[in-house]
Design a protein around this ligand. Structure first.
Ligand code: MN
Length: 249
């Protein structure tokens, strides 16, 4: 099997190397990732300039683009035969609830949705790499068990791993996305020449983080697996809109 590995933390990120090391003796792996940290890039495509893949000494390909650019090029231009599965990560930082809307890690996996095999996104709940071996262990275990999966097409598995050593992980739970409260206000800054600007601040806390959610699972020490699909249609809103339209027309 051929696996395309990507991430959003950038081609030199330790989580990418850890993911590659975990899968390298299981499948033929190709690695293509952004040349800089593109966390928060979501599913953006670069349309205003050409993309230039560059092969690094370790064999990874660095791209002056987004995670989605990387997977898009990887599946549609660069690799022959075409990889059969996309695995993204290991992200340093959670991708829970609303995070999946902004996440470049999840976006990289989503760009693999056209393939027959499910795509995986792996995130560790820490900005520090100390427990990457825990996440790498579950990445290997889950990807290697993909043949026993029976999933609908275009399914992406979003996996979050608690920031714990392996022996303290309590198990694996199937979850739904929770929701975050609104993010903290952007931070105003002034550069040395007096120009004002803003830093986007950190994500909000879990607002809907009860049992069954991804937030709850990781807080209890469980690896969280949430199956994702692209379709964001809101079926419960149809009835309200139908009545509204009747009144309008
Ligand atoms: Mn990231």
């Amino acid at each position: 099997m051929r696996i395309l590995i990507s991430n959003d933390d950038g081609v030199t990120a330790p989580g990418l190397a850890a993911l590659h090391a975990a899968l390298a003796d299981y499948a033929e792996c190709v690695v293509i990732a952004p040349d800089q940290d593109k966390s928060g890039a979501s599913s953006s495509l670069t349309l205003d300039r050409p993309l230039h893949p560059q092969r690094l000494a370790n064999g990874f390909i660095s791209l002056n683009g987004t995670p989605t650019d990387c997977v898009h090029l990887g599946l549609n231009a660069l690799f022959e035969p075409v990889p059969e599965m996309v695995v993204a990560g290991i992200n340093l930082g959670a991708n829970l609830g609303d995070d999946v809307l902004y996440s470049g890690t999840v976006a990289a996996a989503l760009e693999g949705r056209f393939l027959q095999l499910p795509a995986f996104a792996f995130s560790l709940l820490s900005r520090q790499p100390d427990n990457l071996p825990t996440a790498a262990y579950f990445a290997r275990k889950l990807v290697a068990a993909h043949a026993e999966l029976n999933l609908p097409p275009r399914c992406v598995l979003n996996v979050n791993i608690p920031n714990l050593p392996l022996e303290r992980i309590r198990g694996v739970q199937l979850t739904r996305l929770g929701h975050r409260a609104r993010a903290a206000a952007p931070i105003k800054v002034v550069n040395p020449r007096g120009k004002e600007g803003y830093w986007i601040s950190v994500a909000g806390d879990a607002e809907d983080g009860g049992p069954g959610t991804d937030f709850h699972a990781v807080m209890q020490g469980y690896v969280s697996i949430t199956p994702l699909q692209l379709d964001r249609t809101f079926p419960e809103a149809f009835s309200g809109l139908e009545g509204w339209l009747e009144g309008l027309l």
